[in-house]
Design a protein. Structure first.
Length: 283
């Protein structure tokens, strides 16, 4: 135990737009039950050999359907076992008072990270630079002050209406430069178009982490041939139950079968997640 799945989608699926929900037709009754009943999901984590899971939620009504109610959902779901379930929430880029909203998410809802999904929220992470979304500056500053990690979706999305030009991880470089104390996670490692860019950013900036959920674990070395050289900045997540991800335990088994040294496997699955998502949030 001690293993953390750094990217699991436990979301209010009843909020999804019909064409988005059709992308999840592979979900069986068991998976749907886990989304609705935390105890069943915790039992599934036990069977999978996983101690903790980062529950990735965000706000994207135009593309996916998730509203601000996803934040409350994540908070209430994780409250069943906050030591094992780490809730993530979202904020719209045009929120009128993003700093106050960050504080509410942290102190009232006890969220442990913020998810930014540019291809689904239809904006660039650095839109504060040219004034298109000036509130992003206050948002990132508040996350920095609250020690709240920000998870950026990088890479493509196949969901209807997703705008993939916003998924280039280089758009996060300004954020890393302007907010050097902000913990940044590049979800999906920029796959399948921008993997080298994501690796570059993770290796350049001390505050940037590379997370490789959504990449078939058996093919990680095809996508990231130099994976063994930056395990000190690497996080592993499954993206379950997203398209193509059938089982959490199977994904972890495939990751362990890559042949990385045991100390690197321990670093990626146990030690690094505790650095990014500590057992207790900073007071």
């Amino acid at each position: 135990m001690g293993v953390t799945d750094c990217h699991v989608h436990i979301n209010p699926i009843w909020e999804m737009r019909p064409d988005a929900s059709r992308m999840l037709t592979h979900l069986g009754a068991d998976a749907e039950r886990m989304v609705k009943e935390p105890r069943h999901f915790l039992e599934y984590l036990d069977r999978s050999g996983v101690e903790r899971a980062v529950l990735v939620n965000y706000v994207a009504p135009e593309v996916i359907g998730y509203t601000e109610a996803a934040n409350t959902f994540a908070s209430e779901y994780a409250a069943v076992d906050p030591d094992r379930l780490l809730p993530t929430g979202g904020i719209r880029p045009d929120h009128p008072d993003p700093a106050a909203e960050v504080r509410r998410l942290v102190h009232d809802l006890k969220l442990r990270a913020l998810k930014i999904h540019p291809p689904h929220q239809l904006f660039r992470p650095n839109d504060y630079v040219d004034g298109r979304h000036p509130g992003l500056r206050a948002l990132y500053r508040a996350c920095e002050e609250e020690h709240l990690p920000v998870i950026f979706h990088t890479g493509t999305s196949v969901f209807p209406r997703a705008r993939n030009r916003f998924g280039d991880p280089m758009l996060v470089e300004d954020v890393a430069l302007d907010f050097p104390e902000l913990t940044i996670v590049l979800a999906h490692g920029g796959r399948p178009l921008w993997m080298e860019t994501a690796v570059f950013l993770a290796r350049r900036f001390p505050n940037v982490w590379l997370e490789v959920s959504g990449v078939p674990p058996a093919r990680l070395l095809d996508y990231f041939p130099q994976l063994g050289r930056f395990t000190d900045k690497l996080l592993f997540g499954t993206d379950w139950p997203g398209p193509g991800v059938k089982d959490i335990g199977q994904n972890f088994a495939q990751f362990r079968a890559l042949g990385l040294p045991s100390e690197d496997v321990e670093r990626v699955l146990v030690d690094n997640p505790l650095r990014v998502f500590p057992r207790r949030p900073p007071s």
